[in-house]
Design a protein around this ligand. Structure first.
Ligand code: G3I
Length: 453
């Protein structure tokens, strides 16, 4: 299980700087931030695909110039990493402190970025007093918290994580124990959403969770809840998929399908806390897969990474983000930019052009088979690649796709190059396929090494 449980509740985060009232542009209308070329930043590239590209932001880092300039150049949305949580804004009952969160909202509005509100009702980072309330009092406190916080930010928030992480991990599909669940019962989620809608009818209302990124017992339970809400008219607009990945919990193979099945319920889907531990091309490929999944789902409205630089990540030792500790663009950055259709010109892993080729059998039948070769760029972007595929006589290659083949005089060695443009961002992949007529021999083809240019 990759997800680390967060630190204990009750941390009072006091604002160091005076907040700004932030009466600026209306929320939800942000276009591409910054002045960079149309497709040379994450935000601009995503905007060209009709999506936002956001990051979690900590108010305490906004004064660091490289942090702020990377934020302002690359991102079109922000999520306060901790500043809107219950312990930050209402550490003492009915005494609200919005200073740190206001700083982030004001910064975002000044740059025309969307703001995701995170989060109203969550079992973690909950001040101790909440757990001590009776059921009746807790219900009042929950609705008051939602009302006060959403009223303060009314008109400035694109989407709220109204309820966060309400389900257990594992195979039970059950609700997680929390003061809300234990005292108010299953209905608290519905109540939270109904209250939220009444306060700010223009904010999108999301349910947000982790380990729901593929189809499993937990995501099935969330799916059933969302389906029920939609059927009964309980106001819900979106589902957030946190997407904290590492080698023990990789990007699920059914990630896109899972996003799509939620979208098919009539809600937007958003990737809300993306980070992927690792480095180099493996990390870059995983990021590419996530971006491609979102782009393949029409109702996937945006992607938020959970921090800008590895040095401030909640799991910094796993280097899970797109910028290294010196704000250098990692291979993962270039891969994301490229997957978003961006220019990929801005650095990204350095090094010389290289690639790898991996063969897999995709289909076989009596008399033949289909093979696929996946070509993956190394730690630098490449502009072309060449891979040889050798079949064993009397086998013959009878068809090819997604590549331009040429043949040696024997007809057994096929040299495959890209169809047209061979650009691959660092760590990014493409594949070509071919059909082999066996002529009585089922030996697998030999795939030579990949040559990059
Ligand atoms: O700011 C204090 C600092 O003053 C103090 O010296 C230090 C000592 O521990 O703690 C600092 O606060 C920490 C805070 O992050 C800011 O860095 C808290 O201890 C720590 O618990 C808190 O962790 C946050 C975690 O949520 C808490 O649950 C992470 O930053 C934040 O990234 C993480 O975010 C969550 C999402 O909200 C929900 N999904 C999972 C995700 C990752 O856990």
């Amino acid at each position: 299980m990759m997800h680390r449980s967060p630190g204990g509740p009750g941390l009072l985060r006091r604002a160091l700087l005076a907040g700004t009232a932030g009466v600026l542009a209306a929320a939800g209308l942000a276009g591409a931030a910054g002045t960079a070329d149309a497709a040379s930043t994450l935000g601009a590239s995503a905007a060209a695909k009709g999506r936002y590209f956001g990051t979690a932001v900590a108010a305490g880092h906004l004064g660091e110039s490289a942090y702020a300039s990377t934020l302002d150049t690359e991102f079109t949305a922000v999520t306060p990493e901790n500043e809107m949580k219950w312990d930050a804004v209402e550490a003492t009952r009915n005494s609200f402190n919005f200073a740190s969160a206001d700083q982030i909202v004001a910064h975002a509005q000044g740059k025309n970025m969307k703001v995701r509100g995170h989060t109203l009702v969550w079992h973690s980072q909950l001040p101790g007093w909440v757990g001590g309330l009776s059921a009746i009092d807790l219900r009042t406190a929950m609705n008051n918290h939602i009302t006060q916080v959403m009223t303060h930010y009314k008109g400035k928030i694109y989407a709220w994580d109204v309820v966060n992480e309400a389900y257990q991990d594992g195979s039970s599909g059950a609700r997680r124990s929390s003061p809300f669940q234990d005292k108010l019962g299953d209905g608290y989620i519905e109540e939270a959403f109904r209250t939220a809608r009444s306060v700010d009818p223009n904010a999108k209302l999301c349910y947000n969770d982790y380990n729901t990124d593929g189809q499993n017992a937990k995501s099935n339970a969330v799916y059933a809840m969302v389906k029920d809400f939609k059927q009964r008219g309980v106001p819900i607009d979106c589902v957030g998929f946190q997407s904290h990945f590492n080698s023990a919990s990789p990007v699920p193979s059914d990630y896109r399908a899972n996003l799509q099945r939620f979208a098919d319920l009539g809600v937007d889907v958003q990737i809300t806390e993306l980070d992927i531990e690792g480095s180099g091309s493996a990390q870059a490929t995983s990021y590419t897969n996530v971006v491609n999944a979102c782009l393949a789902v029409t109702r996937c409205t945006g992607i938020t990474v959970w921090g800008i630089t590895d040095k401030y990540s909640w799991r910094s030792s796993g280097t899970p983000l797109l910028f290294d500790g010196n704000y250098g663009k990692k291979a993962a950055y270039t891969a994301v930019l490229s997957a978003l259709g961006g220019s990929g010109s801005g650095g990204g892993g350095g090094g010389t052009a290289s690639c790898t080729a991996a063969y897999s059998l995709t289909q076989s039948w009596n008399g033949g088979f289909n093979g696929q070769v996946t070509v993956t760029a190394g730690s630098a972007a490449i502009t072309g690649w060449t891979v040889t595929v050798t079949v064993t006589p009397p086998q013959k290659v009878s068809a090819t796709w997604n590549g331009t083949p040429s043949w040696d005089s024997s007809g057994n060695v096929m040299t495959m190059k890209p169809n047209g443009n061979g650009n691959l961002a660092a760590g990014a992949s493409t594949s070509f396929g071919f059909t082999v007529t066996s002529n009585g021999t089922t030996t697998a083809p030999k795939v030579g090494s990949c040559t990059a240019s």
